[in-house]
Design a protein around this ligand. Structure first.
Ligand code: ATP
Ligand code: MN
Length: 464
């Protein structure tokens, strides 16, 4: 009788001893002697391997020789209670089918303990390591949890466009999307590129944010969120920036900035708790191998009340700080990550939500305060990460929004569709953007953002 394949995750949780089982996977290690061999197999369903015990004389020597780290195979046998240390269940192997060999002389993951930098150069194979297996299982779980959180709250997922023509957001440099020939683009009378002959008959770019479109949805559906790829062509080679990253952007009608802060705090805590409850084995592995403080940090952030503080008060704290900053601080400057991390890690020792920033350093759509100087922006700052969320209450009053658009010399005509929301049935509303990979950095304890997305896009790097 043919036996069906069982996932290693399910097998390790079962206690169907003396039952015939069949697993398929990749060899992690093989050890043993002339009489008995032990093969550790992983199939990606869990961080844990299952051990198969091989009665060496009962198998062809040639077959066993080809079973090396990285080879793929199927093993069937009997599930038994293990007498060895380190596992409680193992398979007493009856039959092995080798699928694909992995030549030990060339297989790059033959040995353990490679550096993260080296593994980035073999991003096509790094999925097969324990660390990246754990990271990408957690990435899946968090992605699922994000949809679950919003679905349970009655929000609707909006698919905002990836190709856009609006460049009014000012969120950073953009990647152009065009079908024109870069070597000889059509020119107009003024010898400028004639975009009327381009695919969309106008200049287009990859989106830097789905917010403006999410606002349109929120003003009809109430609570919406986007969760999609986002592109920024900034030439910033930092451990916290990617050229292509994923952003979650909730937008909620009738929410003011305080509701927005409540949502951001509840959402982040939910996701951290979800990971602690549902990714226990992977997080424990990362806690042991990558960052010994990980679980403590996750638990403390999931429980503590975030500090809420105005930008103006934060500047006062920073001016009194017993630390010299590379970038000096005074009211009006944009905070650098060294300032954000001082507030979170040294001064308050918990996450901080900063609000009411100077209007000059924030986007045109943010709600203007009565002081004429600040806007209802809010950034959530996290230990090790700095800014994890940026958001605001939006300016819903047509005249005020128009004044700001004109002051900032933005293309008013191109924003007619956005302005229509203020023209017809405008309401108070708020939203924010959470960088998915920044959340991943926090939850996994990894230190470089290139190691929490399968195929990182950064300046001069898009090979895989
Ligand atoms: P930063 O100041 O850290 O560069 P930002 O202020 O430009 O970020 P926003 O425009 O507010 O970022 O975007 C919202 C969120 O998206 C940020 O809080 C961050 O979590 C994430 N994010 C922004 N830029 C990047 C990037 N280049 N790579 C990865 N995540 C990013
Ligand atoms: Mn920001």
């Amino acid at each position: 009788m043919d036996i069906k394949r069982t996932s290693i995750k399910d097998l390790l949780q079962s206690n169907d001893f003396d039952k015939s089982v069949l697993i398929k996977g990749w060899v992690r290690t093989k050890r043993g002697n002339k009489n008995i061999a032990f093969i550790a197999v992983n199939d990606g369903s869990t961080i844990h391997n299952i051990q198969a015990v091989i009665d060496v004389p009962a198998f062809e020597e040639d077959l066993l020789k080809k079973i090396t780290t990285g080879a793929s195979l199927e093993i069937s046998g009997t599930l038994v209670q293990s007498s060895g240390q380190g596992q409680s269940i193992e398979i007493q192997a009856d039959n092995i089918v080798l699928y694909g060999e992995a030549d030990p002389d060339t297989y790059p993951l033959q040995k353990k303990g490679h550096s993260m930098e080296f593994l980035r150069e073999i991003a096509h194979l790094r999925f097969r390591t324990n660390t990246f297996g754990a990271v990408f299982r957690i990435r899946h779980a968090l992605s699922f949890a994000i949809h679950k959180y919003f679905n349970d709250k009655g929000f609707f997922n909006i698919h905002s466009p990836i190709i856009t023509s609006s460049d009014a957001e000012g969120a950073g440099e953009m990647f152009r999307v065009t079908t024109l020939d870069p070597a000889k683009p059509p020119l107009n009378d003024k010898k400028e590129v004639d975009f009327s002959q381009d695919f969309f008959a106008r200049p287009t770019n990859l989106t830097v944010s789905g917010q403006l479109e999410a606002e349109l949805g929120a003003l009809a559906l109430g609570g919406v969120y986007t969760f999609g790829p986002t592109f920024r062509a900034e030439n910033s080679n930092t451990p916290r920036h990617l050229a292509e990253f994923w952003m979650i952007e909730p937008e909620v009608a009738f929410n003011d900035i305080n509701d927005n802060m409540d949502l951001a705090e509840e959402f982040l805590k939910y996701l951290i708790k979800y990971a602690l409850d549902n990714c226990k084995d992977d997080i424990e592995f990362l806690n042991n191998m990558v960052d010994k403080e990980l679980i403590n940090r996750l638990k403390s952030v999931a429980e503590v009340d975030f500090v809420r503080l105005s930008y103006t008060d934060a500047i006062k704290v920073l001016e009194k700080a017993d630390q010299k900053f590379e970038f000096p601080v005074s009211w009006g400057v944009d905070l650098q990550s060294e300032h954000e991390r001082y507030l979170v890690e040294k001064h308050y020792k918990k996450p901080v939500i900063l609000s009411d920033y100077p209007k000059e350093i924030k986007a045109f759509y943010m709600k203007q305060n009565d002081d004429g100087k600040t806007v209802r922006a809010m950034d959530v700052l996290f230990p090790r990460i700095g800014e994890i969320i940026g958001g605001s209450q939006r300016e819903e009053v047509m005249e005020k929004l128009l004044t700001r658009i004109r002051e900032m010399n933005l293309p008013e005509e191109e924003l007619w569709w956005f302005l229509d929301t203020r023209r017809y049935g405008t309401v108070v509303h708020s939203g924010f953007g959470l960088g998915f990979e920044r959340l991943m950095l926090f939850v996994t304890g990894m230190t470089n953002i290139r190691d929490v997305i399968p195929f990182p896009r950064t300046p001069r790097n898009a090979e895989f």
